[in-house]
Write a protein that binds this ligand. Structure first.
Ligand code: NAP
Ligand code: MG
Length: 493
């Protein structure tokens, strides 16, 4: 794709979707594009009363069975149609995503939207593959275990992969027969609203999907404290994850699943089978999506015998990653999502310098004349393993390198944060790879590759990276309860 992307004629969605229709709620907020800091539209800010309406419509749809009780075949057909409509509108959705949160439109086209399409197709295919169980044989009775939908699922998602994170939750929740109320991040509401519109166009009955843009404090909180929501499926930060557990405790003990942050290590051993591939991966693991990735490989742990030469190559790769206009199809590194996030990352860079780390590359704001929020890819060496840069999530394009001598030291460093989301290991030694996979406490371990998996594999964290899994058949179980049914036979022994 080489032609320039234009936003002329592009409709900016701004309404909530409640009860099967677009609803212009009383309050609105400015939607700012980080590309140039301009306001691109006014979006519904759903208040508590709007959240009530959305939850009530989801509840009514669930209780009368208009979706839950439709056949597998009909459910499949609708989810496949949603996927087809997302695909048919790929260019529009990619442009909206790029404009809304600053990612390169090329990435939105190649990754975000296709991954969302695949997610809906996967769960369309999967929804009649989840079997229950038959209990142990008993002469006087028969027992079985069946999955049942939970009811109303509140999905609260972040701004880094807005449509894809929504798809990871909405598709399996719908596949299990639930109704959903989706709250996008206030920085990135556009594709979530389009998802709601397209799902209705695809034939999902009214009320089964509701989309309520707004702020976390108002809209998200009202949803998470709602007495008639059965579960909150969340991706976002640890502190908000903690609030959601509290809200659940203070309201109706709704279930909560949390996909939170990370400080993922990339461990490169001296016997790495492909140094060039590892150097490319090391750079892109942290610079893809401007480093705004929960699994970002933000800690580079390199065996000391190869550290200097390896880092030199990573810096060379990173030098070629230049911030540019997200809507330029040639751009591979875009804008930070907001001014606030840019300043947050710049403060963490300052802190790393003050803590004595050595700046090898970047560390500054660029393209300020555009009005947008851009930071260069940034690499530090000599990072103190106890410092903030080595232990706290930056959620931006900042890589910190740390040397190690032995595998034990590497594993200890890898496990030395509160997180446990993802880890990469580069080695030619299958025994060492196996040891690493066992030693590292994280939900995902990638050997000799980074993020080399897809919708078929569960995604989520250990420890303070959260609990509950997106993707794979396990996500279906997350949106279901188990019911044990027993029939007793009269006259039997
Ligand atoms: P965030 O501040 O936690 O926000 C996430 C969502 O929660 C947004 O929709 C937000 O709404 C909402 N929210 C905020 N306060 C709330 C409250 N009091 N009650 C209910 N909802 C509330 O996170 P973020 O800054 O958008 O995203 C970055 C974080 O997400 C990082 O920590 C990153 O690692 C994590 N993340 C994790 C994964 C994963 O799968 N593990 C994937 C992507 C991102 P508003 O934005 O409208 O305030
Ligand atoms: Mg925006």
């Amino acid at each position: 794709m080489t032609e320039a992307v234009t936003i002329e004629g592009l409709r900016m969605p701004g309404d909530a979707i409640i009860g099967g229709a677009a609803v212009a709620v009383a309050d609105r907020f400015d939607n700012v594009t980080p590309r140039d800091g301009s306001v691109i539209g006014r979006v519904a800010l759903c208040g508590a009363a709007d959240v009530d309406r959305a939850v009530a419509s989801a509840r009514a749809a669930f209780e009368d069975g208009r979706w839950r009780d439709t056949s597998y075949a009909d459910k499949k057909a609708v989810l496949f149609r949603i996927a087809d409509l997302l695909e048919a509108n790929l260019d529009e959705l990619a442009t909206l995503e790029s404009l809304d949160m600053g990612k390169p439109v090329a990435d939105a086209r190649a990754f975000d939207i296709p991954a969302s399409v695949k997610t809906f197709r996967y769960y369309a295919e999967a929804l009649d593959k989840l079997y229950g169980e038959v209990g142990p044989h008993h002469p006087g009775r028969i027992s079985w275990v069946q999955h049942e939908p939970l009811g109303v699922i509140g999905c609260i998602v972040p701004w880094n992969f807005p449509l894809n994170m929504a798809a990871w939750k909405v598709a399996p929740a719908l596949a299990m027969g639930n109704s959903v109320v989706l709250k996008p991040a206030e920085q990135s509401p556009l594709t979530a609203i389009r998802l709601g519109e397209l799902a209705l166009e695809a034939g999902l009955p009214a009320g089964v999907i509701n989309v309520i843009p707004g702020t976390g404090e108002v809209t998200g909180q009202a949803l998470a404290k709602h007495m008639d929501v059965d579960m909150i499926a969340f991706t976002g930060s640890g502190p908000v994850g903690g609030l959601l557990m509290r809200y659940a405790g203070e309201s109706n003990l709704k279930r909560v699943s949390l996909e939170l942050g990370g400080k993922s290590p990339q461990i490169v051993f001296a016997d790495c089978p492909d140094m060039e591939a590892a150097a490319q991966a090391a750079a892109w693991a942290i610079f893809f999506n401007q480093g705004e990735v929960c699994t970002a490989g933000s800690r580079l742990l390199v065996q000391n015998s190869i550290k200097a030469q390896f880092l030199e190559r990573v810096v060379e790769v990173a030098k070629a990653i230049v911030p540019g206009d997200p809507l330029d199809p040639a751009t591979r590194f875009g804008a930070m999502v907001s001014e606030e996030q840019m300043n947050n990352v710049l403060r963490r860079i300052e802190r790393a310098r003050a803590d004595g780390a050595t700046l090898l590359l970047g560390g500054e704001r660029v393209r300020a004349e555009s009005g947008g929020f851009y930071i260069t890819p940034t690499i530090f060496d000599g990072v103190d393993p106890a410092s903030a840069l080595a232990t706290e999530e930056v959620f931006g394009p900042v890589l910190g390198a740390i040397g190690f001598d032995t595998p034990e030291e590497a594993f200890r460093l890898a496990n030395s944060t509160i997180y446990g989301l993802a880890a990469g290991v580069w080695t030619a030694d299958v025994n060492l790879a196996h040891r690493a996979a066992r030693a590292i406490r994280s939900g995902l371990v990638w050997i000799n590759g980074w993020d080399a998996c897809d919708i078929t594999m569960p995604f989520g964290g250990f420890r303070q990276s959260g609990f509950g899994r997106d993707r794979s058949m396990h996500a279906l179980e997350k949106y279901a309860d188990l019911k044990a049914v027993t029939i007793s036979f009269t006259g039997a022994a």
